[in-house]
Ligand binder design. Structure first.
Ligand code: DC
Length: 236
C-alpha cells in the first residue's frame, strides 16, 4: 500500500497575531523539512507598497476591483524557495517592511477584492504540496485541507519585545515596549474583526504558545507535527 501523503496534506500552515514569530519560524521549518516557504503577509505588503507608489488615494481603496489590482504593476512569481515579488521591474524586499507599509497593510488586507486577488497566487504555490505557509487565514481559508495547522500565540509584551529586537533595539525601554505593544494590538484588532477571513485558529489547528519557548524549541515543535504527516520530510 502506498503510504505517501497527498500533496495537500503536506502543506503546513502557521497562523497567528503579529509578532508571534511566524515568519522566522516558518522559514526555518521549511528549511528543515526541505519544503517551500510562503510568506503571505508579503503579498499584502506588496500591494500596499504599490498603492502608495501609484498614488492611489486611500479613500478609494474600497472601490478597487480585480482589474484595478491587475493594473497596479505587481507581479508574483514562484521562485525556487519562495514567492518573488516585484513592482514594475523593481524587486520588492526591504520596501515591504517600512513603517509606512506596516501602518497601512491591515487596511489593505481587509478588502475582499484584495483577498480574492491574492488567493489564486497562494493556492498555485500550494498545489504541489511540501509548503510551509504563514499568515492569518492559511489554515482557515487558503489551505483548509492542510495536514498540519498551527496557531502561534505569545504574550503581547513578549511579542512587542521580539519585534523591537528584530529592529535592532536590544534592551527596549518600558515606554518603547508599551508603544510597540499598542501598535501590535491595534493591528490584531483590525485583523480579528474584519468580515473577510478574520484572524482566528482553524477548528483543527494546534495552539502553540511560544512565550516561554526559544526559537529552536518552537521550530522543532512544528517540525515534529509535520513529520507525523510526512515522516521522511527533510530526511530524504
Ligand atoms: O505577517 P505580516 O505582518 O507581514 O502581515 C501583514 C498584514 O497582512 C497583517 O496586518 C495582516 C495581513 N495578512 C492577512 O490579512 N492575511 C494573511 N494571510 C497574511 C497577512
Amino acid at each position: 500500500m502506498d503510504e505517501s501523503p497527498t500533496a495537500e496534506r503536506t502543506v503546513v500552515t502557521l497562523d497567528g497575531p503579529a509578532g508571534a514569530g511566524k515568519s522566522s519560524t516558518a522559514r526555518e521549518v521549511a528549511r528543515r523539512l526541505g519544503y517551500r516557504y510562503l510568506d503571505s503577509g508579503a503579498l499584502y505588503r506588496a500591494l500596499t507598497w504599490a498603492l502608495a507608489e501609484e498614488g492611489v488615494p486611500e479613500e478609494t481603496w474600497p472601490e478597487l476591483d480585480g482589474e484595478a489590482l491587475d493594473a497596479l504593476g505587481v507581479s508574483v512569481s514562484p521562485g525556487a524557495e519562495t514567492l518573488e515579488l516585484d513592482h514594475r521591474g523593481r524587486t520588492l524586499d526591504s520596501e515591504l517592511r517600512t513603517p509606512e507599509v506596516t501602518a497601512r497593510v491591515s487596511s489593505v488586507a481587509r478588502l475582499p477584492a484584495v483577498r480574492r486577488w491574492l488567493l489564486r497566487h497562494q493556492r498555485a504555490l500550494g498545489r504541489h504540496g511540501r509548503l510551509v505557509a504563514d499568515g492569518r487565514d492559511m489554515g482557515t481559508v487558503v489551505f483548509p485541507d492542510a495536514g498540519t495547522k498551527v496557531f502561534l500565540q505569545a504574550d503581547l509584551a513578549e511579542r512587542a519585545r521580539r519585534r523591537l529586537r528584530e529592529q535592532g533595539v536590544e534592551s527596549p525601554r518600558r515606554e518603547e515596549t508599551a508603544r510597540e505593544a499598542e501598535r501590535l494590538a491595534a493591528r490584531d484588532r483590525t485583523d480579528m474583526t474584519r468580515e473577510t477571513a478574520p484572524l482566528k485558529p482553524a477548528h483543527d489547528a494546534v495552539l502553540l504558545d511560544t512565550t516561554e519557548l526559544d526559537f529552536d524549541e518552537q521550530v522543532e515543535a512544528v517540525v515534529a507535527l509535520a513529520r507525523k504527516v510526512d515522516p521522511e520530510a527533510g530526511r530524504r
